[in-house]
Design a protein around this ligand. Sequence first.
Ligand code: FUB
Ligand code: ZN
Length: 647
Amino acid sequence: MKQTLRHQRTAAPVALTGKAATTLRPLPLSAARVVDGFWAERQQVNRTAAIPAGLRQLRDSGALRNLRRAAGRGEGQYEGPVFIDSDVYKWLEAIAWEQAREPSQALAADQAKITALVAEAQQPDGYLNSFVQVATRGTARFADLTSGHELYCAGHLMQAAVAQYRATGYRELLDTAIRFADLLVATFGPGKRPELDGHPLVEMALVELYRETGDSRYLELARHFVESRGDGWAATGPDPRPRSYYSDRVPVRQAVTVEGHAVRALYLAAGAADLAAETGDEELLAALERQWHAMVTAKTYITGGVGARWEGEAFGDPYELPADRAYCETCAAIASVQWSWRMLLRTGDARYADLIERTLYNAVLPGISLDGNAYFYVNALQVRSGQADDDVRNPANGRVGWFGVACCPPNIMRTIASLGSLLATTADDGVQIHQYATSVITAEVASGTARLAVATDYPWDGRIEITVQAAPDEDWTLALRIPEWCADAKALVAGTGAAEACQPGTYLRLRQRWTAGDSVVLDLPMPVRQTEAHKRVDAVRGCVAIERGPLVYCLEQADHPAGVLIDDIQLVDGDCTPVWRPDLLSGITAVQMTGRTTPGAMPLYQPRTADDGQPGRLARLTAIPYFAWANRGPAPMRVWIPLGPPG
Ligand code: FUB
Ligand code: ZN
């Protein structure tokens, strides 16, 4: 297998062309390496537990058997949902990014075997979809674009192929993807078939394939798919849910908010952002900024999770953010990160990096167990005692090893494997650090190369030390994100003795001629915060959420005795003390607080009383990071805690 620098230079999910109108440029994984600490542990679990288990699940679920059947060498009926091929592609993408981080013969062998199987399943004209080839014997090709997911699967194939090529230089999957993309170019677009896939994703993938190959037909097809949305061409098939479900009610340029199926909406937005970057389209960018703002100000959970409704896995109305019936699909959080990343590259605006941070820690990471073997599809913010049903997605039932519809697990795998790409960027004036992790960042600045070592215990501690290991002999700017949650950040540039003023939600820009050995210490104090929601979020009125640093906390029954039911608990305003607990949940900072149990049984309804009657007993409460919940079996949990009378 070839490994060349040419490929590694672009080894990240987004690699722009020279023409892209962005403010920032992404770094490849080889130049933004997480080397220790919190995210390194997660990447290790992803590599050693989640990804190998994922391969077993691809075998057990029938995903690989389907491809073998499509290749004409397997017996039996098609298995699983129509889009099961996409599980294989997302898993292939994950192992590609893993190899960019650290090549391995075992991963390379799995990659070669499954890549060959995918190529073998492809038809001579480039078509590839195991459901259509096996279940309909090829008769239903592009026959149900509304719900058939053929272009969605094609998009995941393209993303995996680009990843594999960028990470390893191995191009068999890329050639397979190009053959399919060429068939799509010949089939869809102006003067050809006008329909759209009911599930966006191919837009983002086509732009990335254009970026990799330079073939502008892929960019043009992406443009067509983005611009035709809203004309009603997605919802023409036999499953016509409301057009908003398919992101096909309003043209992207005219939309003022996000609506409908959350994953669909956000993959489309990410693809449109890619298009806006590569074409320099300011009007499209402005529309996306408007929609992103509407999402963040009225349709996003405190965790960064999105998609409030189970019905249609959809965004709700503004402020419709129930904690207990929150849907918050893990894939929707990942799509949100993908969209924000593209907006950040385009604009350089810190608010996108802030949302990425919030979402990664509190909406993506909760989707996978600490041991990497079990998942959540739905990420509710409250589970009550006695709540359970037969829906495998319901978090009240606990985490599960895989799902019949398994979009989320391999999506998490590829996201964690490629996480380094979100850490930092370059621009004409220097390097920008967006996410804090113990890492080594190498970037071209001015007329040379800068190498930075970042050391931190983030997210548990806000001290971040950045040491310059190499730098060109010229002035350049080191930009450090000051998180929106951090009111009292301080930065000290060693040698100058002067503390720099830091404004939350912006970048601190330090411009000078850096030399090897220079260092900056950024101190982001992390007092425990009590956060309340906008009054229109009726579901949590009178409640607070506990936050510390970038983490959202929750109460889980496992940390409380039976007499302290967290369903009934009220928070007594007072001290909230962070405590490092190496013994708990692989090591976390817990938050100790005082609460009050609500007394006795009460009828469902009763005449309003002037007070709460007898005050309940005082109780010690322990809050844990929300991402770590449900690692001790299913249990009641709540993020939002009602405020009670003072202690
Ligand atoms: O339709 C493919 C995937 O299945 C969607 O992205 C998820 O929301 C789930 O419905
Ligand atoms: Zn999913």
